[in-house]
Design a protein around this ligand. Structure first.
Ligand SMILES: Cc1cc2nc3c(=O)[nH]c(=O)nc-3n(C[C@H](O)[C@H](O)[C@H](O)COP(=O)(O)OP(=O)(O)OC[C@H]3O[C@@H](n4cnc5c(N)ncnc54)[C@H](O)[C@@H]3O)c2cc1C
Length: 423
């Protein structure tokens, strides 16, 4: 922390992709009006404004950003740093292995240059951290662990552990973007509703013989859906260009250990068998990691003086690539409402503070986002359930669905708009 003040208007706990993005948005919209913001993260921040990132290795993890998220990052000045590292998704090819149903979603049909973009997470984190570090009036406290939160009559009190020892901080509004696994929600008595899909996502980067040319693939196979997302090419140590793609392969829990333990050649052969030869021969697979798949929703997203964002509020199945995209729309909505509320209120800081922490105000945010949240959760959940199921009636139904989507532009546009994160 740059000074010894202990009261802030807003404290954001968690400087990950969501908390960091939210703090940038809020700072840009309201710091000039005197809103005092602190962001706290348990991990150290890169304390420089240097935007150079070392060339990602073959295995770098990545995220698919929707067209809507790209527009949000452009609005808040981050897109120019991100775009040189982004692989554009110009077409999404959706198919069902062994069945005739196929649909193609095209960027030019939607009048956009790309349906979305795939970015290595390290570029996203670096761009967010650099923007935070250079923001005047935005204070950063990292590394520091929030160990306790207490409700106060006029806001929240936080106890932190940092290299400076224990600290106590008060705020009018606490934005909890801690990813939901740190136990803070639990300590506040906020429960979660969890649905386990009994599946794991196997994540790995792969290389193909041929360039992807901006195509992303969503393919439904006998043991679960797989997504293949375009990545920027990389160079092998011998100078050969590798045409990379990011694989998200959903397998039943019972297949997880076996799939992870396959040697590379056997894994590639199994994947090739399911994916086919649309991009030629698979030539390489990197490190494989498995993530258990579940849908988690917090039973409460707001309380007086408290709002949950990102994975803390809702954690979605990664195959539909909607988790961060939904969270960014929540962030933008909350930041805009907060900035407006801050500016229209009395110039007395304590009255403004009471307003932004009030349940009534926070409810207006939740009402604004409820429909988008429900629709996105439903879209992710339904695609997962429908396409993970091999019952003959469902297989027939989804193939008819894919065929009719290919024939009916309105159905294809609806699906594309969901995938693009457009309301
Ligand atoms: C395999 C996989 C693929 C995915 N692909 C996509 C995709 O293509 N598109 C998409 O939109 N979404 C995708 N997602 C979802 C997306 O990654 C998440 O929605 C997003 O990362 C959530 O970010 P977050 O900031 O909420 O949480 P986190 O990234 O978990 O960040 C939480 C932050 O809080 C800090 N913290 C935690 N506890 C404390 C504490 N007590 N005190 C201080 N700091 C604390 C942590 O250090 C961390 O920095 C994917 C997810 C997975 C697992």
């Amino acid at each position: 922390m740059k000074n010894s003040n202990t009261h802030y208007d807003i404290v954001v706990v968690g400087g990950g992709l969501v908390g960091g993005s939210f703090a940038i948005m809020l700072h840009q919209l309201a710091a000039d009006a005197g809103l005092r913001i602190l962001i706290v993260d348990a991990r150290p921040f890169n304390a420089s404004s240097d935007k150079t990132v070392t060339q990602p290795d073959f295995d770098a993890r990545s995220t698919a950003l929707s067209w809507g998220s790209r527009n949000i990052y452009e609005k808040f000045g981050l897109w120019s740093d991100l775009s040189p590292h982004a692989a554009a998704i110009r077409q999404i090819h959706v198919s069902d292995r062994g069945h005739p149903g196929v649909t193609r979603l095209q960027a030019d049909e939607m009048d956009v240059e790309a349906l979305g973009y795939v970015l290595e997470n390290q570029y996203l984190s670096q761009a967010i951290q650099s923007a935070l570090v250079v923001s005047n009036n935005l204070e950063i406290c990292a590394p520091a662990q929030v160990v306790e939160i207490q409700h106060q009559p006029d806001g929240m009190r936080l106890n932190l552990d940092s290299h400076n020892g224990a600290q106590q901080i008060d705020c009018s509004l606490l934005v909890l973007a801690d990813g939901g696994r740190s136990g803070l929600m639990e300590s506040l008595g906020i429960t979660t509703q969890k649905h386990h899909y009994n599946q794991h996502a196997i994540i790995a980067n792969v290389a193909f013989e041929r360039p992807h040319q901006g195509q992303a693939f969503e393919r439904f196979t006998d043991n679960g859906p797989l997504a293949m997302l375009p990545l920027p090419d990389s160079q092998a140590p011998d100078g050969v260009t590798l045409h990379r793609a990011a694989l998200v392969w959903t397998v039943p829990d019972t297949d997880k250990a076996r799939t992870l333990s396959l040697d590379d050649a056997t894994f590639l052969a199994a994947l090739q068998d399911r994916f086919g030869y649309r991009l030629g021969r698979l030539t390489r697979v990197g490190q494989r990691n498995a993530y258990p798949l579940s849908l988690m929703e917090a039973s409460e997203q707001i309380r007086p003086g408290l709002v949950l964002l990102g994975n803390a509020a809702h954690t979605l199945h990664p195959v539909a690539g909607q988790g961060l995209n939904l969270a960014l729309r929540d962030c933008e909505a909350l930041a805009s409402l907060l900035a407006r509320q801050w500016q229209i209120n009395s110039s007395e800081a304590n009255i403004r503070g009471k307003e932004i922490g009030s349940y009534r105000f926070l409810e207006s945010y939740l009402n604004k986002q409820a429909q988008d949240q429900q629709r996105t959760v439903m879209f992710s959940d339904l695609t997962t359930r429908l396409f993970s199921n091999q019952q003959p009636a469902l297989t027939l139904g989804r193939n008819l669905g894919l065929l009719s989507m290919d024939l009916l532009p309105p159905a294809r546009h609806w699906f594309a708009r969901q995938a693009m994160g457009l309301r």
